[in-house]
Structures are given as C-alpha cells and as structure tokens.
Design a protein around this ligand. Structure first.
Ligand SMILES: [Cu+2]
Length: 158
C-alpha cells in the first residue's frame, strides 16, 4: 500500500483532469456520468484465472504482445529488472496519452491507480485486471520518454 499523500496527489491530478474535461464541454457527459476513467478497457479484480509474468527493463517489456479472451481475468506479476524506476500502466490509447501528459508535467508523481504499478529497481508488483471489453489496448511505462523508446506492449482482447 502506498502512503495516503501519494494517493491524494494522484486523486488531485485526476480531479484536475476531470475538471478540465468538464470545462471543455466536449466530454462533460462522461465526466458527469462518474464512470471511472478506466471503464472503457476493463476493471480491477482480485482473482486472476491466468497469470502473466512481465519483466520491465530499459527500455522494454517482456513479453510485449498478449492475446486475451474477452472476460478473462489476468494476474499481471510485473518485475522491474532494470536500473531505474519504471511504471506498468494498463490502458487504451486515450488513457495512455492522458497519463503521459500528466507524467510529463509531474515526473516524480507516484501513481497508485488500480490499473497502474510504480516499480523501483528490483521491485515486483501485482495487478489483477478483468478484460471485459474487446479491443486493442496497451500496457506502457508512461515516464517521460520510456514508451517512446520501446516500453510499450500490446493487448488484443477478443
Ligand atoms: Cu520506464
């Protein structure tokens, strides 16, 4: 569990993003519906039916391509075998783009969202995710420059 302060920082960032969306008017319907921002690509769960081990290094994830059946619940066990901090974030294109913008502005922010793990060198964390929606999704390290250098993986849910 992460300290409250870190969660608060993240909650503030999300709140600011929602406020910006609402102010823009374009996505006010989404913001007003109180749907979590990850609702378009699945939901957190507790019991995975399949375990996938992911290794993070500079600058890639291994494996980097996953085929998942719609409705499948995956227990991701992510280990940072690199020399620097990395993230593992599950999302669709829009979520990753938004999160990358946030990380570019606040690269030291430790996120603790349900679809995100922040890993120090040598650290292992687990995320259990149910892929209830079909589609093409990404897992990425959204630290500045990392995804651009190859720290991105593809998830196809059918
Ligand atoms: Cu990284």
């Amino acid at each position: 569990m992460l300290p409250i302060a870190k969660r608060t920082a993240c909650a503030r960032a999300v709140a600011a993003w929602l406020a910006a969306l609402a102010a823009s008017g374009i996505s006010s319907a989404i913001a007003a519906s109180s749907q979590p921002e990850w609702a378009s690509f699945g939901e957190p769960s507790h019991h995975g039916t399949r375990t996938v081990a992911i290794i993070a290094t500079e600058m890639k994830f291994t494996p980097s391509n996953l085929a998942i059946a719609r409705g499948e619940t995956v227990r991701f066990v992510i280990t940072n075998r690199g020399k620097t901090r990395h993230e593992f974030v599950i999302g669709d294109q829009a979520f990753q783009a938004q999160h990358m913008r946030e990380m570019a502005q606040m690269p030291d922010m430790m996120m603790s969202e349900v679809n995100e793990a922040d890993l120090a060198p040598g650290q292992t964390k687990t995320i259990v995710w149910r892929f209830s929606k079909a589609g093409e999704f990404l897992f990425a390290c959204d630290l500045p420059g990392h995804a651009q250098q190859g720290m991105v993986g593809h998830i196809r849910v059918r």
